[in-house]
Design a binder for this molecule. Structure first.
Ligand SMILES: Cc1cc2nc3c(=O)[nH]c(=O)nc-3n(C[C@H](O)[C@H](O)[C@H](O)COP(=O)(O)OP(=O)(O)OC[C@H]3O[C@@H](n4cnc5c(N)ncnc54)[C@H](O)[C@@H]3O)c2cc1C
Length: 388
C-alpha cells in the first residue's frame, strides 16, 4: 500500500478543512430525533450541498463533485475531525443513493438523487417488521400491482427518523402468493401519501428516534419501483452491503472518538492510571481505530483496482460496532460517577456527550443486521462452515 497522498489529495483535504472550520455550527445542533433538531440538520446539509461537499463521490450532474474513494475517506476524516453534525439523511445518502446509482433508471436518478444530496428529501428505511428483523425474508407487508400503481397494506417497525422524514424506501411482497426471498419489490413511498400513519417509538435517550409505519390501501405509482418487480431481494442485499460497509460508518468517525478518548484519558490520568486495565483499554481502542482506518484504505485500494470487496462488509460491521461500544464504555469508566451526567447538568464539567454516545453504541450491534447474523454470514459463506 502506498501511504502518501498526492498533491491534489492534500489540496482537497486543505480545502475541506478550511471550509469546515469556517462553517461547522459552533453550538451543537439539537438532536435530529426532535422536530427542531431535524430541521436544523436539514439546513446544515443544504449548506454542505451548496459548497458541493454533501455527496463528494457523486457525479457533478447529480449534486456531487466526482471524487474517488480515497478523496471520500479524506473528506470523512476531516468531517469527523471538525466535529461536524451527524447526517440526518444518512439513510438516503449512504444507503438508498448508491442503490439508485446501481439499479435506478436515468429518470429516477435525476428525480431523486439531487434532492437526496441537498436533503430536500430526507429518507427513512422501512424494512423491519414484527417477525421480520433478522429474518428479513419473512416480510409480510404487501405492495400489489393494480395497473400503473401498487396498493400497499401492512406494517413496518423500527424505522429510524421516520417521524419527521419525507420518504421511505421499503421492501414489500408484490406477489401475495410468494414465499421468503421471492416476490418482493423495492418501492419508494412518500410519507405524506394518503393511508399512511406514523407512530413514534422512543429510543434509549427518551426521544422519538424510531417509528412504526402503518399502510392502509396506500396508492403509489409504479414509477417508484426500483429495479424489477419481484426482484427486490437482490436490491435489498445491495443496500444492506452499503449499510454494513464503509459507506455508513467510515473510519473517520472512530478515529475521532479514539482521539477524544485519549484526550479524556490525559485529562484524568491521575485517576485512570490507578487502573492499568483502563490505560490498556484506551491504548487498544486507539490501535483498533487505526487498524480500521488502515483496513478501509486496503479495501478502497482493492475496489479501485476493480476487485469486489466481498464479505468484508460483515466483518466491518462487527468491528465498528464493537469498537464503538468499547470506546464509550472506557470513557464512562474514566469519568466514573460523573459519566452518568448529561452535558447540561450543573456538575457535568467535561463529560461531553459520552453518555449519549454510549446509549447509541448499544444499538450498533443490532441495527444494519445484528452481529449474530453477521457472524453466521462469515461462518457459512466466508469460512464454509456448516449451517447450525
Ligand atoms: C438503533 C436502531 C435503528 C434501526 N433502524 C432501522 C431502520 O431505520 N429501518 C429498519 O427497517 N429497521 C431498523 N432497525 C431494526 C433492525 O434492523 C432490527 O432490530 C434487527 O435487524 C434485528 O431484528 P429484530 O429486532 O426483529 O430482532 P430478532 O430478529 O428477533 O433477533 C433477536 C435476537 O436473536 C438473534 N438471532 C435471530 N436470528 C438468529 C440466527 N439465525 N442466528 C443467531 N442469532 C439470531 C439476533 O441476533 C438478536 O440478538 C433499527 C434497529 C435499531 C436498534
Amino acid at each position: 500500500m502506498n501511504f502518501s497522498y498526492t498533491s491534489e489529495q492534500q489540496a482537497f483535504r486543505a480545502e475541506v478543512r478550511t471550509w469546515l472550520e469556517a462553517h461547522v455550527p459552533r453550538e451543537r445542533l439539537a438532536s435530529f430525533d426532535t422536530r427542531e433538531g431535524f430541521e436544523q440538520h436539514r439546513v446544515w446539509e443544504r449548506q454542505l450541498f451548496e459548497a458541493r461537499l454533501s455527496m463528494v463521490m457523486w457525479p457533478e450532474s447529480l449534486g456531487g463533485r466526482g471524487c474517488d474513494l480515497v478523496e471520500w475517506l479524506i473528506f470523512e476524516e476531516e468531517y469527523w475531525r471538525a466535529d461536524a453534525p451527524m447526517r440526518v439523511n444518512q439513510n438516503g445518502q449512504f444507503l438508498l443513493g448508491p442503490t439508485l446509482m446501481q439499479f435506478g433508471t436515468e429518470a429516477q436518478k435525476q428525480r431523486f438523487l439531487p434532492r437526496i444530496a441537498s436533503s430536500q428529501d430526507v429518507w427513512a428505511q422501512a424494512w423491519s417488521e414484527n417477525g421480520a428483523g433478522s429474518d428479513l425474508a419473512a416480510i409480510r407487508a404487501k405492495a400489489v400491482r393494480d395497473g400503473d400503481h401498487f396498493i400497499i397494506n401492512g406494517q413496518k417497525i423500527w424505522s429510524s427518523r421516520a417521524l419527521f422524514a419525507d420518504w421511505i424506501f421499503g421492501i414489500f411482497r408484490s406477489d401475495p402468493l410468494s414465499d421468503r426471498h421471492h416476490g418482493l419489490s423495492y418501492v419508494l413511498v412518500p410519507l405524506a401519501a394518503r393511508g399512511i400513519s406514523v407512530r413514534p417509538i422512543k429510543g434509549l435517550n427518551g426521544l422519538d428516534s424510531f417509528a412504526e409505519i402503518f399502510f392502509d390501501e396506500v396508492k403509489v405509482s409504479v414509477d417508484n419501483l426500483i429495479g424489477i418487480e419481484g426482484q427486490g431481494w437482490q436490491l435489498a442485499m445491495a443496500t444492506a452491503g452499503f449499510e454494513r460497509s464503509l459507506l455508513l460508518r467510515s473510519p473517520g468517525r472512530y478515529l475521532r472518538t479514539a482521539e477524544k478518548l485519549v484526550q479524556l484519558y490525559r485529562r484524568h490520568h491521575d485517576r485512570a492510571d490507578g487502573d492499568p486495565l483502563l490505560r490498556e483499554a484506551v491504548l487498544q481502542a486507539w490501535m483498533d481505530a487505526e487498524a480500521y482506518n488502515l483496513a478501509a484504505y486496503h479495501t478502497v485500494g482493492k475496489t479501485l483496482r476493480g476487485e469486489q470487496p466481498g464479505f468484508e462488509a460483515s466483518a466491518n460491521k462487527i468491528f465498528w460496532s464493537e469498537l464503538d461500544l468499547r470506546m464509550h464504555e472506557t470513557a464512562l469508566r474514566i469519568l466514573g460517577e460523573r459519566g452518568e451526567l448529561l452535558p447540561a447538568a450543573p456538575a457535568a464539567g467535561d463529560v461531553d456527550n459520552w453518555l449519549e454516545g454510549f446509549l447509541f453504541a448499544q444499538a450498533g450491534t443490532i441495527y444494519a443486521g445484528t452481529n449474530e447474523i453477521q457472524r453466521n454470514i462469515i461462518a457459512e459463506r466466508m469460512l464454509g462452515l456448516p449451517k447450525a
